[in-house]
Design a protein around this ligand. Sequence first.
Ligand code: CA
Ligand code: CA
Length: 224
Amino acid sequence: MKATDSGGLETQELHVQLRVYDRNDNPPYFNSPPYVVAATDCTDPGSVLGSVEGADDDSDYNQNNQIYYGGSGGKFAVMATGEIVLTEACIDGEGFTGSATISDQGIFPGPLSGTAATVTLTCGPCPAFTVAPGGGGTTAAATTTVAATTVSGDTSNASGGLNDMLPWLIPAILAAILWLALTIYFLVVVVVVVVVVVVVVVVVVVVVVIVVVVVVVVVVVISL
Ligand SMILES: [Ca+2]
Ligand SMILES: [Ca+2]
C-alpha cells in the first residue's frame, strides 16, 4: 500500500499481507438425483444396493466441503457415507420411496444442507439360478441366488459326504475292533505258554535235584 500527499513531496509505503479464508456459503448438492435401487426376495438385509453422491463448491477449509448423507424410506436407509442399505428383507412386488439428505460440516458461519434427493427401492423375485454353457459361470443377475445355492449346496454336500462314508466307515470300525481283539488274544496265549514252560522247567529241575540227592544218600549209605 502506497500513500502520497497532494504536492507529491511525502510518500510512504506500507506492506500489507491480506489472507482470505473460505466461508461456508455453498450448500452441497447431489450429482444425479433421483436415485433408483433394486433388491430381490433373496437379498440379505444389510446388503448395499447402491449409493448417492454429491459435491460441494467450497474449499476444504474448516471442512466446508466435507459431505455426509442420511435419509431412509421403507426398507432402506442411507448411510453417512452415501451407501443405500437394505434394512430388512423385502418381498417381490414391494416398492418404497424415501429421500436422501446431504449436508456439509462447515464451521463458519455454520453447516449447510442441500436439497434432498428422492430414492426409490423396488423389490423383485429371486433370480433363477443359471449356469453359462460349458459351466463357465453364472449370470451377474443371479449372483445372490448363486451364493445362496452355494451355501445350501455345501450343507447337502457335507451330509452327502457323511452318507457316502457310512458304507465303508462301519466295516472299517468293525475290522479295527476285530484286529484289537485278536491282538489281545495272541498276547494272552503267549503269556500263558511262557508261564507253563517256566513251571515245567522249574519242576524238572526240582525233580532232578531230588533224584541226585537220593542217589548220593544211597551211595553214602551203601559205602558205610
Ligand atoms: Ca465459500
Ligand atoms: Ca459447503
